[in-house]
Design a protein around this ligand. Structure first.
Ligand SMILES: Cc1cc2nc3c(=O)[nH]c(=O)nc-3n(C[C@H](O)[C@H](O)[C@H](O)COP(=O)(O)OP(=O)(O)OC[C@H]3O[C@@H](n4cnc5c(N)ncnc54)[C@H](O)[C@@H]3O)c2cc1C
Ligand SMILES: Cc1cc2nc3c(=O)[nH]c(=O)nc-3n(C[C@H](O)[C@H](O)[C@H](O)COP(=O)(O)O)c2cc1C
Length: 440
């Protein structure tokens, strides 16, 4: 039987449709392009937890013979996401519902609707803390965007304050995928017992029971590892305390590696008469016999700023812990240092301020300005505003800034720096690694 003209027309239309569909599929997902990897593990992390979990996820994928690549969000190349078969995002939320600094353009890309993630399977692990108003807000935004870009979001796991039960759910996602769970010794090897060798209250409120910290205050602690082996750490790294009830708290390590002790400055937090889990433990365990379980965590985002130019250090209260090793390092290498520091008053903080004054007197600190809030009504941003001309002179194009302490102080200080130095200087300093901040 001979085919009619209509039959030929239908056949031609079918072939054209098949070719068109094939071209569309290939155009969207040239899979070999991600260095041959079909799975992508992408992280965005402010203080290192999400990065560590992403690394463990990547290791689990490799152990089960998956072709996988690990990449920080700020290193993503255009097209990486659309070209992967499977994406595992591990991201935290910082500030007030903000993306971590190393999220790169990911947060801004959410406004871009040009990415086609059709056929890409996505699993998201969002780290956050329910004590903040916008719980896992960045993870939530990421999920909404992936869905809008037509990705298939197969799992969305939120983690509250690093709760082990929540992390087990992420292991469940990996196991369901045919990938093994993350290694259970992820933390175990590095955790050790630390004995509190000494503790002094260095800043008020100094009450009748200041020696035990029952009235609050800022304490300088020296800790020694029980096994006698002081581990290595870098400037900016963190002491990650594990409380007996399963919580983790970070404290800036206040000395440079070496010697026999690790130094912390811990503000004792008391809320409605109840001491905080971590700070309560560190400020109440008996000196000499009290031990805590902890490990050192690399904090790559707060390593010494790049360059050799002058260093401006800004902070208040317990932020001294974060600034101190940066200043020690900078002074040792001959960088001119200017410290602007906030406390309540001279009398309250005499012991804390003593060391700063001594450094200034001996000339190691080029300049030292104090903002005493209760005494003079001054805060760190006020000093920045009052000396904006000196700032412009000190902050040459080679200069760097380190900033550490409570979030509200840090944001106000950044706003004042913005006023004094302008957006271009601040953006350039941040992008080139000459501005480092650790705010909490
Ligand atoms: C990267 C990083 C570095 C840090 N470095 C230091 C450091 O060097 N020194 C230091 O002292 N702290 C530091 N912190 C803060 C520290 O990790 C804890 O958050 C702090 O000690 C409170 O924890 P907690 O377990 O004692 O209190 P929680 O048990 O967590 O809280 C108890 C109650 O107090 C409230 N609360 C918590 N913190 C405060 C506060 N500051 N003021 C008022 N109320 C509060 C909570 O909302 C809660 O209701 C750092 C945090 C981060 C993220
Ligand atoms: C300064 C600061 C701000 C934070 N803001 C939020 C927030 O807005 N929402 C939230 O869910 N978690 C918030 N968190 C909690 C972190 O997301 C949580 O501690 C997470 O485990 C940190 O992971 P990372 O080390 O990978 O950054 C904040 C933590 C800090 C220190």
């Amino acid at each position: 039987m001979r085919a009619s003209f209509t039959d030929w027309l239908i056949l031609a239309a079918l072939i054209a449709a098949w070719l068109g569909l094939t071209w569309l599929c290939l155009r969207k997902r040239p899979r070999a392009a991600v260095g041959g990897a079909s799975s992508l593990v992408v992280y965005a992390s402010q203080t290192g937890h999400a990065q560590e979990i992403a690394e463990a996820t990547h290791a689990a994928l490799l152990r089960s013979d998956r072709d996988a690549r690990l990449v920080c969000a700020n290193r993503l190349e255009p097209g990486d996401l659309a070209e992967a078969d499977r994406i595992f995002f591990v991201v935290s939320t910082t500030g007030e519902g903000d993306a971590p600094d190393d999220a790169g353009d990911l947060d801004r890309a959410f406004a871009d609707s040009d990415v086609d993630l059709t056929g890409v399977q996505v699993a998201i692990l969002a780290l956050g803390d329910r004590r903040y108003t916008h719980f896992c807000a960045f993870g939530e935004r990421l999920k909404t965007w992936c869905e809008a870009m037509a990705a298939e979001v197969t799992a969305y796991v939120t983690v509250d304050d690093l709760a082990p039960d929540d992390l087990v759910r992420w292991d469940g996602v990996l196991v369901q995928e045919g990938v093994g769970a993350m290694a259970s010794d992820r933390l175990g090897n590095a955790l050790r017992e630390w004995r509190i060798a000494s503790r002094v209250c260095v800043a008020g409120p100094v009450g009748e029971d200041a020696s035990t910290g029952a009235s609050g205050g800022l304490f300088r602690l020296a800790l020694r590892p029980e096994d006698g082996r002081l581990p290595e750490w870098g400037v900016g790294d963190l002491f990650e305390l594990h409380t007996p009830d399963g919580h983790q708290r970070d404290y800036s390590i206040a000395n440079r590696c070496g010697g026999e002790e690790l130094i912390l400055f811990v503000r004792r937090v008391i809320d409605k008469g109840v001491p905080g889990r971590g700070s309560g433990l560190l400020t109440s365990l008996p000196v000499g016999t009290g031990c805590v379980r902890a490990r050192i965590r690399v904090h790559s985002g707060f390593r010494p700023p790049l360059g050799t130019g002058p260093l401006l250090a800004l902070g208040a209260g317990s932020g001294w812990a974060g600034l101190r090793p940066h200043l020690l390092e900078a002074m040792a290498t001959g960088r001119p240092c200017w410290l602007i520091f906030g406390e309540r008053g001279e009398a309250d903080a005499a012991d804390l301020l003593q060391e700063m004054r001594a450094w200034h007197k001996e000339g190691s600190l080029h300049r030292f300005d104090l903002a005493l809030s209760r005494q003079d009504g001054l805060r760190v941003p006020d000093i920045l505003q009052a000396h904006s001309a000196d700032l412009s002179e000190f902050l040459t194009s080679e200069a760097a800034v380190v900033l550490c302490g409570r979030l509200a102080m840090g944001e106000a200080a950044l706003a004042a720096l913005f006023e004094a130095m302008g957006k271009d200087w601040l953006d350039e300093a941040r992008n080139s690694g000459r501005l480092r901040s650790d705010l909490y």
